[in-house]
Design a protein around this ligand. Structure first.
Ligand code: NAD
Length: 294
């Protein structure tokens, strides 16, 4: 069993650190927010006085932070206190450049590192059923895999440094675009007098079939577990979808890829967020589309 430092004990990091404790690891954590520290303590996580303190004696350091600037700042802060041979893992969703910067910082200290963003949300974090998309060399990935398995059910090695973040933002760009597409189809069906169930029954078994329709249907009824049946309570908040769409747009600009639908999806989620709906599940975008109708 490993000695693990876990920095960033928020909605995702708190339960992930708790699952490492349940798997028998010795976990010491840190978060800036007292309530997050208290919740993690209740899960059996020992709480350190600072991020740098938490990494003392650790074999593995995991970060789960809001954005790239936080990851680069925290890794810069803790790396001088990290022991030789310690494995550095970042599970946050960040831009590919920051992920590569973090890998470079670890390499400068001769430490193995992995970017391993997740999908599966808070439910997956609690149930230890997350999917991890990992980037880093084969040796670092092999060392990270058994640790990640205590927090997830599917661990995919996507390639070298930054490849995990690349996979995450490409996947979520598909998701943002497809959710808008499915929502537009339901909004049009409503105008045409076609029932939600009829459209669902046809599209879910035809060429319109996709995850946004069959697992996360944006209207209540056809998929009882989707957030549409619970007044669009997240789930996956629209503000987080906007964050991921912006990351994909930054990456598209930097790499020269053409992603016009991704850009449009980001604009639509930005308008939804500006309308005060950032805390609503991202499938609530159908409400915004209806509001544009004339
Ligand atoms: P969160 O805001 O609940 O947690 C982030 C935590 O980091 C906070 O508790 C904050 O206090 C802490 N923090 C910030 N700076 C710190 C520092 N310098 N030192 C120590 N702690 C610090 O966010 P979350 O929902 O847990 O998401 C974390 C990451 O996971 C994000 O990158 C997010 O995009 C990604 N993610 C979230 C979800 C989701 O459904 N919530 C799903 C997939 C991926």
């Amino acid at each position: 069993m490993a000695t693990i430092a876990f920095i960033g004990l928020g909605n995702m990091g708190g339960p992930m650190a708790g699952n490492l404790v349940k798997a028998g690891h010795k976990v010491t954590g840190f978060d800036l927010v007292p309530a997050s520290r208290d919740a993690a303590r209740a899960e059996g996580v020992a709480i350190a006085a600072s991020a740098a303190d938490s990494v003392k004696g650790a074999d593995v350091v995991i970060t789960m932070l809001p954005a790239g600037k936080h990851v680069v700042a925290v890794w810069s802060e803790v790396l001088p206190a990290v022991a030789k041979g310690t494995l550095m893992i970042d599970c946050s969703t960040v831009d590919v450049d920051s992920a590569r910067q973090a890998h470079a910082l670890a390499a400068k200290s001769a430490l193995p590192s992995v970017d391993a963003p997740v999908s599966g949300g808070v439910g997956g974090a609690k149930a230890a059923t997350l999917t991890f998309m990992a980037g880093g060399d084969a040796k670092a990935f092999a060392a990270a895999k058994p640790i990640l398995e205590a927090m997830g059910k599917k661990i995919v090695h996507c390639g070298d440094a930054g490849a995990g973040q690349a996979a995450k933002i490409c996947n979520n760009m598909i998701l943002g675009i497809s959710m808008i597409g499915v929502s537009e189809a339901f909004a049009l069906a409503e105008k045409l007098g076609l029932s939600h169930q009829a459209l669902f029954d046809v599209a879910s078994t035809s060429s319109g079939q996709c995850w946004s329709l069959t697992s996360y249907c944006p209207v209540p009824g056809p998929v009882p577990a989707s957030p549409a049946n619970n007044d669009y309570k997240p789930g996956f908040a629209a503000a987080l979808m906007l964050k991921d769409l912006r990351l994909s747009q930054d990456a598209a600009k930097a790499s020269g890829a053409a992603t016009p639908l991704g850009a449009h999806a980001a604009e639509i989620y930005e308008a939804f967020d500006k309308a005060g709906q950032g805390g609503v599940d991202f499938s609530g975008i159908i409400r915004y589309l209806r509001s544009l109708a004339h």
